[in-house]
Unconditional design. Structure first.
Length: 251
């Protein structure tokens, strides 16, 4: 089999997942975008969290050209990316009880804010505990996860529950257990993961919905422009000055 054929198969698999999400999660995406718009309207702040490769989708909506300026990254030391050494430490920290509570209690999150928690499996202690404690604090929680894991794996949280069980809204990425989309007789393990592509698309659809909802209400969405176009930096400076009390990545 040629490499080109495998590339085509991956694109087909990713497109199929995107189409399923578009068709099956449309109402949930609309509801999530509306929740974020409600939060902005009411003076709340927006945060996103993801551990490991799930952090890529969270980072993709923070300080992003064309994105909402109010979207902040909730960073947990050691789990945000593979730059930590050893990289396996991040996976170990996801299973530590109490870490999420300590992070939230030390963070700027408060009642009336919204938190997007991204976890492909939704089974580890960190995302589950984060969702539970965030809601205890009065924060609205949107979970982005693959619901399939809740029926095909065991929870690693002491409650036996998953991220999906502790959210105000759940967006199902439809990603198969194990993430990889392709198999080949000559390769002993499945390969070509699609979770980053699909999860990022889900979140950008939510952000677009939030921006459109704000505009429908007569509120100019606090959007950022690219710093690589003329006037972009000046535009962004005005937005950040106006909403500085709700933006934490520039402090």
């Amino acid at each position: 089999m040629s490499d080109g054929k495998l590339a085509d198969q991956f694109f087909d698999a990713a497109i199929d997942l995107l189409q399923r999400v578009r068709d099956e999660e449309a109402q949930s995406i609309t509801a999530a975008g509306t929740l974020l718009a409600d939060t902005v309207t009411d003076g709340g702040r927006l945060f996103a969290f993801g551990a490991g490769h799930s952090s890529l989708a969270a980072q993709d909506v923070v300080y992003r050209a064309g994105g909402l300026a109010l979207m902040n990254l909730l960073a947990v030391p050691g789990v945000v990316g593979v730059d930590v050494m050893p990289a396996t430490l991040g996976s170990a920290l996801e299973r530590v009880d109490g870490l999420a509570t300590a992070v939230l209690d030390s963070s700027p999150l408060r009642a009336g804010d919204a938190l997007v928690i991204i976890s492909l499996s939704g089974r580890n202690a960190l995302p589950v505990e984060m969702a539970v404690h965030a809601r205890e604090l009065g924060v609205k929680v949107i979970g982005v996860t693959s619901v399939a894991y809740a029926t095909g794996t065991r929870s690693r949280h002491s409650s036996g529950t998953y991220l999906r069980d502790h959210c105000d809204l759940v967006l199902d990425s439809k990603i198969p257990i194990g993430d990889a989309t392709l198999t080949l007789d000559t390769i002993p393990a499945p390969f070509a993961p699609a979770s980053t592509v699909v999860t990022s698309a889900i979140l950008q659809a939510v952000m677009a919905t939030a921006a459109g909802t704000l505009a429908e209400r007569g509120i100019e969405p606090p959007l950022l422009r690219s710093g690589n176009v003329d006037g972009g930096h000046e535009w962004n400076s005005r937005v950040m000055q106006k909403y500085g009390d709700r933006i934490f990545y520039q402090q």
